[in-house]
Design a protein. Structure first.
Length: 334
């Protein structure tokens, strides 16, 4: 599909090595891209520009949603970095051991969103055995210091099945374990959804929220107000799907099917990331940036610009209040 061409920045020599075999091909691709050292998962967030890097880390989970797939790498504190993948090899699905991943990382600026695409993968032991000569001790090289970035917050300290509320703003479970909690909550909001679709929506919200650094509970609140988790929703103005994307906005965000849950969530999370970044640069304030981002999501950036803030539209003002109230409730903020 056309939208995948812009999302998945693939090289012609795409390779997904299997354990115990294909390591020579992995090393060949590694050499072709001039990779000589590995970086940590945390260091990936500090990269700016376009570069192929080798990440040494532990795969904590994988997920497929429609025609999108991703690999989740463990980060400090139980968080995960999501790497887009054209497909996930079978050996990697339940592989919870150290691995090497060649990743194409693209980030336009310090404040831009990271696009990371899996090019190749192989077990750590196999790669290390091929790179490091036997019986030779190699001094460990200092790793780049982790860069603190905005995190998706989805705690389960006080969470229970069907609830995503918490008083804390830090992860206490990895994304793979948080996702079922979100799915149960979504199913509760719209009981007509098949269980598989509720899970698919949850995977999309958690995955893309991590991917773009937006609080997943904010996306949950937006969808609740926009469509009540009805993927087929359409407004009188022509807004479509879970996040009620207008046709022009959907096209701008690279969404080809707004009624597909994964496609729609992808577009809305990406759009919110852009709005938040824009108004944070303008105001320098987190809260004001979030409020203006919601106003722009509802009424458009032009309306926010013309009125120098939240437009004096009853619908937009009510929308911002509803989303913020739900978001604070889900986040456990009083």
């Amino acid at each position: 599909m056309k939208r995948l061409a812009s999302l998945l920045l693939l090289l012609p020599s795409l390779l997904l090595a299997s354990p115990g075999s294909g390591v020579s091909d992995y090393l060949k691709l590694r050499k072709q891209n001039g990779v000589t050292d590995s970086i940590t998962v945390e260091a990936l967030g500090s990269l700016v520009g376009s570069k192929v890097v080798e990440i040494r880390g532990t795969v904590k989970g994988t997920f497929r949603s429609g025609d999108r797939a991703a690999v989740m790498l463990e980060k400090a504190g139980g968080e995960a970095e999501v790497i887009d993948a054209p497909n996930v090899p079978e050996w990697l699905v339940d592989y919870q051991s150290p691995a090497r991943l060649l990743v194409k990382a693209v980030r336009s600026s310090d404040t831009g969103a990271l696009q990371a695409t899996l090019l190749a993968a192989a077990p750590e032991d196999d790669v290390a055995a091929s790179i490091v000569p036997p019986k030779k001790t190699v001094a460990a090289k200092p790793q780049p210091k982790p860069v603190v970035r905005q995190k998706v917050r989805a705690t389960t300290k006080t969470a229970r099945k069907g609830s995503i509320r918490s008083r804390s703003r830090a992860w206490s479970l990895p994304a793979s374990e948080v996702t079922p909690i979100y799915a149960a909550f979504i199913k509760k909001q719209n009981p007509r959804l098949p269980n598989s679709e509720a899970l698919r929506i949850a995977q999309s919200i958690v995955g893309f929220s991590i991917r773009y650094g937006v609080d997943a509970r904010l996306i949950i609140a937006i969808v609740m107000v926009e469509s009540g988790f009805n993927p087929s929703a359409i407004s009188h103005a022509g807004a479509m799907g879970l996040g009620q994307l207008m046709p022009g906005t959907a096209q701008w965000m690279g969404v080809s099917n707004p009624y597909d849950s994964v496609d729609n969530v992808y577009g809305m999370v990406k759009l919110m990331r852009q709005h938040i970044d824009k108004y944070r640069r303008q105001t320098g304030k987190e809260f004001e940036a979030l409020v203006l981002a919601l106003a722009a999501y509802n009424a458009g950036e032009g309306a926010v610009r013309r009125h120098g803030g939240i437009p004096p539209y009853r619908e937009t003002q009510s929308y911002v209040r509803k989303v913020m109230q739900l978001y604070y409730t889900l986040a456990g903020v009083k």
